[in-house]
Design a protein. Structure first.
Length: 351
């Protein structure tokens, strides 16, 4: 088990503060200068990941890190090639968000052999060695969506779950938790699960088919905002994009917390989302990389940034950041509290 000499992230925060005033600039990378780290962006076709891309250089500058970046465009082969590029550039650490969490293992092994620490963001590899996983509890995403829809539908009717990619731990966690929660707590609700490979066009097509075949559908769980635009368009085409007081209203729950979701909650088109902290993903991925380079270690337990480090398997730690349910009224739904969509603490309201 990994251990840490000090509780929480206080030592890293102090280190960050010291570095931010020391006058180093991104791009120095020379001996005695800023440590060089590589960050692979997994994609740039969603608002969530574009926000993560925006935040990353800001936090790298605060930490005094020399940042090298690539974009693997949801392709594990490109991610493997990008890792080789980072190795050739002499990086001291790598942050990545592998979307295929099984196929990344050989690349992690190569980086480990080079003694290059890795932090994975948003996803957890099925196998392989990483210094830290920075993500939220994705099973809680599925549970919160289930509780909200179960309460709104009073335990009756049908819902469509637009799944992500089941090759991803995120897709599996959200799918399994949603299904388990519905089976245990709302057996009167039928769930139509649709695999989408995180593809908005596929999600829209399958939702349209389901709404035509099953007129009792009154809820949609989108496992990410990738499906937002298509879902709203399909509902509009079927004259179902109506306010929550209308009997035809279809309750929509998403995951991400992007500004467009918050706007649609205010307008009554989306009913809830679970806010993934794009800003904190960038912040703590880089702070953990800096800690790894400096020889720091960590152990399971509470942190000083409202999260919990858990050991998910032998030798693998995961910092599970807070990801609140967001609704229009900030109410509690079947035991799950929520924040109002205009809450200033939400990263989607800070852009």
């Amino acid at each position: 088990m990994k251990t840490r000499p000090l509780a929480g992230f206080g030592i890293v925060a102090a280190l960050a503060a010291a570095l931010s005033g020391c006058g180093t600039t991104a791009g120095s990378g020379a001996a005695g200068g800023a440590p060089v780290v590589g960050v692979d962006y997994p994609r740039s076709d969603t608002d969530f990941w574009n926000s993560y891309i925006k935040y990353t250089p800001e936090f790298a500058k605060e930490l005094g890190l020399d940042l090298k970046t690539t974009n693997s465009q949801n392709d594990v082969a490109k991610l493997t090639a990008n890792a080789q590029t980072f190795i050739s550039q002499g990086v001291k650490g790598v942050a990545m968000a592998p979307q295929d969490t099984a196929a990344i293992a050989p690349t992690l092994d190569q980086l480990s052999a080079k003694k290059i620490p890795v932090v994975t963001v948003d996803t957890r590899p099925d196998s392989g060695d990483v210094f830290m996983v920075v993500r939220a509890d994705n099973r809680a995403y599925g549970e919160k969506a289930c509780r909200f829809l179960g309460a709104k539908l009073a335990g009756k009717g049908a819902v469509v779950m637009l799944q992500g990619d089941l090759a991803s731990i995120n897709g599996r966690d959200r799918t399994e938790a949603f299904n388990d929660c519905m089976k245990s707590n709302y057996p009167g609700i039928t769930v139509y699960g649709e695999a989408t490979n995180w593809d908005g066009a596929i999600a829209a097509q399958k939702l349209q088919t389901d709404l035509t075949a099953h007129p009792d559908i009154r809820g949609v769980y989108m496992q990410s905002s990738f499906a937002l635009a298509g879902t709203l368009q399909v509902l509009k085409q079927k004259d179902l994009l109506v306010g929550p007081q209308d009997p035809k209203h279809v309750f929509v729950v998403s995951n991400d917390g992007i500004p467009e979701e918050l706007k649609n909650i205010a307008e009554g088109h989306v009913d809830a989302t679970v806010s993934q902290p794009a800003d904190l993903y960038a912040k703590y991925a880089l702070q953990y990389l800096k800690a790894a380079i400096d020889g720091k270690t960590f152990a399971p337990g509470k942190t000083d940034h409202d999260s919990t480090i858990v050991q998910v398997r032998d030798g693998l730690l995961e910092d599970q950041l807070s990801a609140p349910l967001v609704t229009s009224d900030g109410g509690t739904y079947d035991g799950v509290p929520s924040l109002k969509n205009d809450d200033k603490s939400l990263w989607g309201n800070k852009l």
